[in-house]
Design a protein around this ligand. Sequence first.
Ligand code: NDP
Ligand code: OXD
Length: 303
Amino acid sequence: MALLFVSSAERAAVWVSAFDAAGEKIIVGEEAVTDPAEITHLLCWTPPKDLQRYPNLRVVISAGAGVDQMPPLPEGVELVRAIDPGIEEMVRDWVVMATLMQHRAIPVYLARAQQGLWKPQPGRHAKNTRVGIMGMGRIGTLAAQTLGGMGFKVSGWSRSGRAVADVPVYGLQDLDVFLSQSDILICLLPLTTETRGILNADLFAKLPEGAALVHAGRGAQLDMQAMRDALDGGALSSAMLDVTNPEPLPADHWAWRDPRVIITPHIAAVTDHHAGSMHALEVIRATRDNRPLPGRVDQDRGY
Ligand code: NDP
Ligand code: OXD
């Protein structure tokens, strides 16, 4: 078995030493492939155009946790997402920071600071703030546990409504109830056919008046104009986005200059190359042993 590595040169050095230490074969870059038949695994953000060139390809491993950038794969080729506790903790940290910033009205104070305005406003205790998390997977669960531990009233929403320790989780049919109880709405959903455009006017209208939005899922889930209308109409009071629609956000986009919106350029998580290589090695061993692949994506479901 051999893994074809199609990613940045900066990552490659770490991966090559991890694979050498584990006695597994890694080939960096398509130009280095002499025998396409030996390639069984591929690591990439998006695959090279001609995957048919690799007749024994069995698994494509995404360089990121999200897999929405992947095209349909040839019949029989499995897709695996990156699994890296470091990514999950970093996104959790970003989400907790964004939640605290909105909870403590930091966008308001940043705007007042621009005017040199010393003007306090009443604050709110965490125990009186309801946080709703859309997407209770690996990252959503971690965020829920941390925010719950800080005293926020946390609930979740997921496709299955599967219970998570100490956190009430609503299923698909209970979206409206979930939204009506979300003073701060966090989106940590994968981008799929069902979740594209889910953060829209209809959804914002179901939130408590003046709710805040925290978005670290994928840009295409958000209707930016609907968000602006909701901010203008009072359904939303502020938003903090790590992902935008489009992405990158053009320099002249209104959202950069709106004091109610704080944007970071998709930096919530930074990939840890060592952790990525350890996960890929585990995927290779699982393939060899016919075990379930860690991080296997259901390609019909899209995550
Ligand atoms: P998981 O696959 O572990 O979890 C996905 C969650 O979303 C599950 O709870 C799933 O429900 C739920 N879900 C999926 N589809 C729907 C739907 N149609 N309706 C309701 N719930 C749905 O993903 P992760 O937690 O690891 O990551 C989530 C996303 O975060 C990634 O896909 C990526 O887009 C984004 N991300 C962003 C980063 C950044 O830097 N901003 C970095 C890393 C990830 P169920 O539990 O029922 O299956
Ligand atoms: C990811 C991301 O999916 O960085 O890993 O967004």
